[in-house]
Write a protein that binds this ligand. Structure first.
Ligand code: MF3
Ligand code: CO
Length: 249
């Protein structure tokens, strides 16, 4: 069942999305060499709870922290800890925020200081791939239209698409139906309807698409070839003529 949100539910999702956005903005201020990922997690927890929300990731299937921080070859679900950010790091920050039972989900990738042109392009093009996918959204379009736009943009820019992890519906659960893959054919999959809320989240790799777990913990997923990965995500509301980003400015 894909839920259609009522106007009241949409208001709650908008608020959850707004606090998610503000939390990302707060974290951005602290992204400097030397800060640990645990310190960033603490900042996020304090900010989210101060705003009468709860971090969706905390205790989600046993995830031990409030946000995911994944660095360089880490694709997603990095657990914050003692690791310090350093110049040239590619840092993906991903988390959900819940307000009165409704979740929002958003991710961004930053470069600490500077990096090589190809890594700068990886990050810029992953963000643009997200917007290319979003641009296809409106009532009557299909999930595959989003997937295809992301995949096409990624491949045209020499990036590979992680296939095992996908975007998703979002609402009273952080992950709901439908899946939103970042690859696939146009005009396939379920039809989008006004009032659906979905999280679109391309994870693109500079090298090959394959990913794997490590022996570090049961969470972090890395690229098999060790090349960096980037991740951008927004939660959006499907409207009659397009979409509204709930986790944006
Ligand atoms: N945006 C992430 C996702 O959709 C949020 C994960 S929270 C975690 O997978 F707890 F599972 F890490
Ligand atoms: Co997500």
């Amino acid at each position: 069942m894909i839920s259609i949100k009522s106007p009241r539910e949409i208001e709650l999702m908008k608020h959850a999305g707004h606090i998610n956005y503000l939390t990302h903005e707060e974290l951005k201020k602290h992204l400097k060499p030397g800060i640990t990922t645990a310190e960033l997690d603490k900042i996020a927890y304090a900010f989210i709870t101060k705003n009468d929300c709860t971090p969706s990731c905390l205790n989600y299937e046993g995830f031990p922290k409030s946000i995911c921080i994944s660095i360089n070859d880490e694709v997603v679900h990095g657990i914050p800890g003692k690791r310090k950010l350093k110049n040239h790091d590619v840092v993906s920050i991903d988390f959900g925020v819940k307000y009165k039972g409704y979740h929002s989900d958003a991710a961004r990738t930053y470069i600490i200081g500077n990096a090589s042109q190809e890594i700068e392009d990886l990050v810029k093009n992953t963000e643009e791939a997200l917007y290319q996918g979003l641009s296809k959204i409106k009532a009557g379009a299909k999930i595959g239209d989003i997937s295809h736009a992301i995949e096409t943009y990624a491949h045209n820019h020499g990036l590979s698409v992680v296939e095992e992890l996908v975007g998703h519906g979002v609402g009273t659960n952080l992950h709901e139906e439908p899946d939103v893959p970042n690859y696939g054919a146009e005009n396939k999959g379920i039809i989008l309807k006004e009032g659906m809320t979905i999280a679109v989240e391309p994870m693109l790799n500079l090298g090959r698409k394959e990913i794997c777990y490590t022996d570090q913990d049961d969470w972090v997923i890395v690229t098999e070839d060790g090349y960096p990965s980037a991740h951008f995500e927004h939660t959006v509301l499907v409207t009659k003529d397009g979409y509204v980003i709930l986790t944006g400015e």
